[in-house]
Write a protein of this length. Structure first.
Ligand SMILES: Cc1cc2nc3c(=O)[nH]c(=O)nc-3n(C[C@H](O)[C@H](O)[C@H](O)COP(=O)(O)OP(=O)(O)OC[C@H]3O[C@@H](n4cnc5c(N)ncnc54)[C@H](O)[C@@H]3O)c2cc1C
Lengths: 389, 265
């Protein structure tokens, strides 16, 4: 009796609660927020009130500590309705909160985690730079230790949750020196929003996640105390890789939830819409599309939940996390595409949910490591010769 | 204030409910169970009442062991005294026997000021259990309440607004009393993860017939004066038709239609 697919009572209750929340409070406003590219402080705080931001944080730091799988289910349920709010939550937890929790010292955890769990402020993870995307180790931002302070110079781009009115802290990856092998030494430093020399500008004109906050960050002799170093000096690259492993699970959850939402919308429409005197879902070519969607969603869910299970059980999960991210985002692409196709012309109109799914899908094959990068990661895990680059 | 809320587990209203033609009972397989939607408002009203006037909320549900789920949901939103009333002896109870059993459980909890029920359950749709409980306990009943105007705990009075078919009515009663509430009396809160986590873990006390001050012959099918003669799925009614346009034109279309249907000649 080792293999068991039942969720716990707690997980079932949580899924119902998040689904109700998403349908009652996000669904009625998400199209307008998306159109206006408006970040919602209210919805962010509501997600925090419900305890979603603290899902993987122990109670002593204000968290709810329900485990990774439960957290992933909450992201999935929100993404089933709206990708932008799911992005705020997923980036807030996996990229914002988790590095502080996993690598922060006691003082840093006490200082930041309770406020982050409560949704008073948001944390962001500043890794990507204009010239360091997939090659995230190529950061050019520097931090120099002077008189007990880090002096930071450089810039970051595409940083989720970094430039909203409640963005409070950013984990910034910077070059802090040279290693003995001649490569750059990378470290992560906590930089509070509002620090002099730290400018966060919201980025506009996104195709996807339009109601999620994305920022461009500029550091000009930005000075923070030496104690803002996260973990040890030189561990930045390792911290970043481990953080992305967790982040991939939440991107997977967004793919899965979006795929599920696309599928449900398609199924409903295929029953309601009639052409040639029959519901369009009764044409075999359309029925098969939905059969494919349902099958692929089941597959994606199994893989994602297994990766979460590995993580919750403290097993190695980085290979499965990359696989789950890859599969979930590709399954979402297929489902969003079929869903729009089944809606015909109406599917292209923003009045219909599938239009937003179609736009939001693309990000998932790009953010937190492109699909190409996931294949590189997986290839390295399975023992192909060379570095698969 | 000691408030008691009665809740029922019902099949999800969004799912199409079918009736087994053989046994004439609801086919529950594959249908998700939920808290009766009107009872969600009752729970919320209980919580709001004690938030305003102090005291505690007790939630009871009569049903099979699975009905625990609705009590966990109530616990998760903050009603931290829950009891399941469950026994094979209760099976097949009609509204009177159900009201009798629930009233007995309420007596056992004792010392209450206010009982809150949903106006009806979405499965049986009778709306009789709330009034039945009030009758059994010999206390005032205020049905279809859409607003609690005020409660005066010291003078043991409650004033409510009742929703009638053709308007509203404000009435006052002495406490203890029973109210049944309609949709939109409040906005039921969602449980937070903190609440869910606690609720998933608690052991829910279960009361059987043995635990209640009841006469056995008044329970379940045996204690039910109502007999179900026939249960069936009614034929679906076609949707109505709304005629639009200028009045003279609409009237003449209507007359034609009625003549076609032979309602008028
Ligand atoms: C909305 C949004 C939110 C984001 N949020 C964050 C955030 O919070 N924090 C953060 O740090 N970053 C964030 N990012 C950045 C994101 O992680 C990067 O965009 C992503 O890693 C890709 O980098 P790039 O855009 O520079 O593309 P590039 O790296 O320039 O890639 C361009 C193309 O080349 C391919 N490619 C690159 N290298 C290889 C290779 N070795 N083999 C094969 N193909 C390759 C890529 O797969 C891609 O198809 C976000 C991005 C977006 C759009």
């Amino acid at each position: 009796m080792a293999l068991n697919f039942d969720l716990t009572e707690e997980q079932d209750m949580m899924r119902r609660m998040v689904r109700q929340f998403a349908e009652k409070e996000i669904l009625p406003v998400c199209v307008e927020l998306d159109q206006k590219e408006e970040f919602s402080v209210h919805l962010t705080r509501r997600m925090a009130d419900l305890g979603l931001f603290g899902a993987i944080i122990p109670e002593e730091y204000g968290g709810t500590d329900v485990g990774y799988l439960s957290y992933i289910i909450s992201v999935e349920e929100i993404a089933r309705v709206d990708g932008s709010q799911a992005a705020t939550l997923a980036a807030g937890v996996s990229l914002g909160i988790s590095p502080i929790f996993y690598y922060g010292n006691e003082k840093q955890k006490q200082e930041w985690l309770p406020r982050l769990c409560k949704g008073e402020i948001l944390a962001s993870f500043g890794l990507t730079e204009p010239n360091a995307g997939s090659d995230a180790g190529a950061s050019k931002t520097t931090a120099v230790l002077e008189n007990g302070n880090w002096v930071i110079n450089g810039s970051k781009i595409f940083i989720t949750n970094s430039a909203s009115e409640i963005s409070g802290i950013c984990t910034v990856q910077a070059v802090t020196g040279k290693r003995s092998d001649g490569k750059n030494e990378l470290s992560c430093i906590l930089v509070p929003n509002g620090t002099e020399g730290f400018e966060a500008r919201p980025m506009h004109g996104k195709m996807c996640w339009r109601a999620s906050n994305t920022g461009e960050l500029y550091f000009t002799d930005c000075t923070v105390p030496e104690e803002n170093l996260l973990g040890r000096r030189g561990e930045g690259f390792h911290q970043m890789l481990a953080t992305l492993d967790g982040g991939r699970l939440s991107i997977g959850a967004m793919g899965l939830g979006g795929a599920q939402g696309s599928f449900e919308a398609a199924l409903q429409y295929s029953r309601d819409r009639e052409q040639f005197g029959r519901p369009i879902g009764s044409f075999q070519v359309n029925a098969f599309k939905m059969a494919d969607m349902a099958t692929q969603i089941e597959m994606a869910r199994l893989l994602l939940y297994k990766a979460c299970w590995l993580r919750d059980n403290k097993r190695e999960f980085s290979r499965e996390a990359a696989m789950a991210k890859l599969v979930c985002s590709e399954v979402f692409r297929m489902c969003a595409n079929h869903a729009v196709q089944l809606h015909g012309g109406y599917g292209l109109m923003n009045e219909y949910r599938v239009e937003k799914f179609y736009r939001n899908q693309k990000l998932l094959e790009i953010g937190e490591g492109t699909s190409e990068v996931q294949r590189i990661v997986i290839a390295r895990h399975i023992g192909v010769p060379g570095r698969a680059l | 204030m000691k408030v008691i809320v009665c809740v029922k587990q019902v099949p999800d209203t969004e799912a199409a409910v079918k009736i087994d033609p053989e046994t004439k009972t609801l086919m529950r397989e594959g249908v998700e169970s939920i808290t009766n939607p009107f009872d969600e408002f009752a729970i919320e009203e209980g919580l709001l009442t004690v938030e305003k006037y102090g005291g505690d909320v007790h939630v009871i549900s009569m049903g099979p062991p699975q009905a625990q789920e609705v009590l966990r949901n109530a616990y998760a939103v903050g009603a931290e005294n829950v009891y399941l009333i469950s026994d094979r002896a209760f099976a097949g109870a009609d509204t009177w026997a159900t009201a009798y059993t629930l009233a007995s459980a309420i007596k056992k909890i004792g010392d209450f000021d206010l009982i809150i029920c949903g106006k009806q359950a979405t499965d049986g749709d009778t709306g009789q259990v709330g009034p039945g409980i009030a009758t059994q306990l010999n206390i005032p009943q205020l049905t279809y309440v859409d607003k609690v105007v005020e409660i005066d705990p010291d003078n043991k009075k409650i004033k409510v607004e009742r929703l009638l078919e053709d308007g509203k009515e404000v009435v006052e009663a002495s406490l203890p009393a029973l109210i049944t509430v309609v949709k939109d009396i409040n906005e039921p809160r969602l449980p937070s993860l903190f609440g869910i986590k606690k609720a998933a873990k608690i052991e829910i006390p279960t009361w059987t017939a043995e635990d209640l001050p009841v006469e056995k012959e008044k329970l379940g099918l045996e204690g039910s004066p109502t007999e179900v003669v026939k249960v069936f799925t009614p034929e679906e009614r076609g949707g109505g038709e709304i005629l639009e346009g200028e009045i003279p034109e609409v009237v003449s279309t209507l007359v034609d239609k009625l003549m076609d249907m032979k309602f008028i000649q």
